[in-house]
Design a protein around this ligand. Sequence first.
Ligand code: NAD
Length: 356
Amino acid sequence: MVGSFVYGALPARVVFGSGTLATLPEEVARLGGKRALVLTTPHQAAEGERIAHLLGPLSAGVHSGAVMHTPVEVTAAALETLRGMGADCVVSLGGGSTIGLGKALALRTGVDQIAVPTTYAGSEMTPILGETKDGVKTTVRSLDVLPETVIYDVDLTLTLPAGLTGTSGINAIAHAVEALYAQDRNPIVSLMAEEGIRALAGALPRIVQTPSARDARAEALYGAWLCGSCLGSVGMALHHKLCHTLGGSFDLPHAETHTVVLPHAAAYNAAAAPDALARVAGALGVADAAQGLFDLAGRVGAVRALKDLGMAEAGIDQAADLVVKNPYWNPRPIDRAAIRDLIARAWAGDRPSSAG
Ligand code: NAD
């Protein structure tokens, strides 16, 4: 039976396909942009120059200073460049780090953003910005930071290394898993979530085997778009709180941490949200969602233990304390002992507890 719900569509234009980057000049012009500042990480600087060349007279220049977690000092430097170059819009080429910088500039100046995602993190579809100041990450939720246009070009994901493809894809799946049991879930977003999980779970092992498989790359990017839309539309729960805490307090890598934690968060919530987890299992094509997510991480060759990401064992109790403090809403109540057990399993790389 369909119950009551609220559904709000986010106003973004999405251009999807192979070779779609070629539409960038017309997409900039469509927004009324005259001088676009291209943003990248240092690692993708050469790609940024290629984009500036493609933009021709519409390019104001390239700023290749984006880093993880959007530190405010990095934004301040980019803001100076934006103003110095007289740019009136930004093109953010890259993953969540670069797109985060574009959002931070939009929040401060109101410039339009065209996001060109090259990972599966999903930030391009969300009105959410996480910023770091003095080592503390805070989150802003505002339509002012939602990119106006998103160009998904499958070709740009061909260079995403197999390792990051697997973990970035499971990071995307995490958004969809939590969307299915979100407090404010709704039937449309749940459809996107199931389809996103199905697309990514099918494509990721194929990409890891053959990174140049364009059809699998297209399927994965399509799944990432759907999962990013889930993240932008409904609230997240325990899994995202755990990853936020672990990433922020122990400086663990974003996508890899999501990949380790997700099976354990799914197991924790299995009994409290059986319908949601059954839909996850169905989309994965397995009997049990948590076990299936753990196996998927194994199939893509991902690290499955927090200790192998560099977290010290002493961090387990500290992390449990932080998660219990100011918890997110979660379908199963947050219990300190059970959370500690979850983190200890994730730390050791054990299979998720089927008892939940
Ligand atoms: P990332 O943006 O940090 O990218 C990781 C590295 O891979 C970078 O060096 C990047 O240049 C490189 N890279 C990206 N695409 C590539 C490609 N196709 N080929 C080769 N190299 C490539 O990683 P991420 O996981 O996409 O983003 C993580 C950050 O995004 C975190 O700070 C996270 O908090 C944030 N995030 C925010 C939201 C949101 O809604 N606000 C959502 C998801 C993630």
